[in-house]
Write a protein that binds this ligand. Structure first.
Ligand code: PRP
Length: 183
């Protein structure tokens, strides 16, 4: 799908459209509801890219739910991940709770691997992960997500929370950035 006219200089295509995302997010919510079967969830979302996905996902979950955030960023050069920096800690108690970690994308696995280690140390009753996107080709840590929206190719994807240099998070779809923009 071609991107909207005003984004054609920077984006090469729309990879996943708004409707397709909405359908898949509803499916993920149903899977989570079924698996947790009435249990109370502590949803832990990673700032910042997860915001649109989280907002849509949680509104389709009818389980009793608490929400908390962890701030974590990898300061790389835009295409390769760099050092992981924690910018916000959990506020709620995770001990003995059923924790579902939500992130926008699982790429090299560095973020999920590190955060899962941190959360395990808090002794939750259970710990699962949900990501909207995953790129399997660049995985460096042996980490998998329990719920995955879409597998995406090794392209620079932006939109629906995902950024390039902090831009494009507000797009309602997932698009592919032209290589010349980040090269
Ligand atoms: C992005 C994304 C994931 C992480 C995935 O976060 O939101 O958390 O990278 O990459 P990995 O599997 O290689 O660790 P980023 O550090 O760019 O922060 P952001 O969410 O604020 O954009």
């Amino acid at each position: 799908m071609p991107p909207p006219e005003h984004l054609r200089e920077e984006l090469q295509s729309v990879l996943i459209g708004e409707k397709e995302i909405a359908l898949r997010v509803r499916e993920l919510a149903s899977e989570i509801e079924r698996d947790y079967n009435g249990k109370e969830l502590l949803m832990v979302a990673l700032l910042t890219g997860t915001v649109p996905f989280l907002a849509d996902l949680m509104r389709h979950i009818t389980l009793p739910l608490r929400l908390d955030f962890m701030g974590v960023s990898s300061y790389g050069d835009g295409t390769t991940p760099g050092e992981l920096v924690f910018t916000k800690d959990l506020r709620l108690e995770a001990r003995n709770r059923d924790v579902l970690l939500v992130d926008d994308i699982l790429d090299t696995g560095q973020t999920l691997h590190t955060v899962l280690g941190k959360l395990s140390d808090l002794h939750p009753h259970s710990l699962k992960t949900c990501v909207l996107l995953e790129k399997t080709s660049r995985r460096r840590e042996s980490v998998t997500a329990d719920y995955v929206g879409f597998e995406v190719p090794d392209e620079f994807v932006v939109g629906y929370g995902l950024d390039y240099a902090e831009r494009f998070r507000n797009l309602p779809f997932i698009g592919v950035l032209k290589p010349e923009v980040y090269a």
